[in-house]
Design a protein around this ligand. Structure first.
Ligand code: NAI
Length: 250
């Protein structure tokens, strides 16, 4: 299947590395003009943009903390001013602050929910007017299988990711009449800097639970996101797609 995003403008939050970078690269390879959002590390965002340009694509970068409402309004405004439209939003930015619940500090909970869930709310709200006006749009939220099955030590992250799934369904219902689709992608364990932090024992335990016997690659998640962003996925909304080597089967 040839997925063509020529003429589309895409905004990818947290696009400086990992899954976000792979998504930005895949959307650009399919022809979209991509705005790479980053919070603090301009050098890695610049690297994402450079790899896209080197491959013949078009990308720019815009700094903003997705947990900051004013910054998010500025990010969306900058995107629309620069490119005249906004067709695809990928809410990818995310953090973890893992610890057992009994030891979890208020700020561990607030920061994880603030970036992972509130960030999705702020970015989605900020793009809806433009997408409604265009009578066309694609919103793809990066959740996690942890939001479906839970994980000891990740109550904050599981709550935020499960929240994204509910938010996706409610937003999909609210905005469907404007021809804007909203879906979630729930990756399992993907080889990025987030999972590099795992100990060898944890990694072994995780691999034992994955029928396909390996971690996923960021590019594999990016292919699914590109499909959901394309015209080929026009009749899909409010869904959550797990991409996890078979770890969670439902
Ligand atoms: P990563 O840590 O490599 O990348 C996350 C990116 O988000 C970084 O560039 C970071 O700077 C950015 N970011 C963090 N807070 C931000 C903020 N407030 N504003 C703007 N940008 C911010 O992580 P990875 O692995 O690439 O994860 C990407 C998404 O996929 C996250 O939402 C994560 O929860 C999710 N995910 C990752 C899995 C994995 O196994 N790596 C599995 C399931 C979900």
């Amino acid at each position: 299947m040839q997925l063509d995003l020529t003429g589309k403008v895409a905004l990818v939050t947290g696009g400086g590395r990992g899954i976000g970078r792979a998504i930005a690269q895949a959307l650009a390879a399919a022809g979209a003009v991509v705005v790479v959002n980053y919070r603090g590390n301009a050098a890695t965002a610049d690297e994402t943009v450079a790899t896209i340009s080197a491959a013949g694509g078009t990308a720019t970068m815009v700094q903003a903390d997705v947990a900051d409402g004013t910054a998010v309004e500025g990010l969306v405004k900058a995107t629309i001013t620069a490119h005249g439209r906004l067709d695809i939003l990928v809410n990818n930015a995310g953090i973890t602050r893992d610890t057992l619940l009994m030891r979890m500090r208020d700020e561990d909970f607030d920061q994880v929910v603030g970036t992972n869930l509130r960030g999705v709310f702020l970015c989605t709200r900020a793009v809806l007017r433009q997408m409604s006006k265009q009578r066309n749009g694609r919103i793809i939220n990066i959740a996690s299988v942890i939001g479906i099955i839970g994980n000891a030590g990740q109550t904050n992250y599981a709550a935020a990711k499960a929240g994204i799934i509910g938010f996706t369904r409610a937003t999909a219902r609210e905005i469907a009449a404007r021809n804007v689709t909203v879906n979630a992608v729930a990756p399992g364990f993907i080889a990025t800097e987030m999972t590099d932090a795992l100990t060898d024992d944890t990694r072994k335990a995780i691999l034992a639970r994955i029928p396909l016997g390996r971690l996923g690659q960021p590019a594999e998640v990016a292919q699914l996101v590109t499909f959901l962003a394309s015209d080929a996925a026009a009749y899909i909304t409010g869904q959550t797609f797990t991409i996890d080597g078979g770890m969670v089967m439902q």
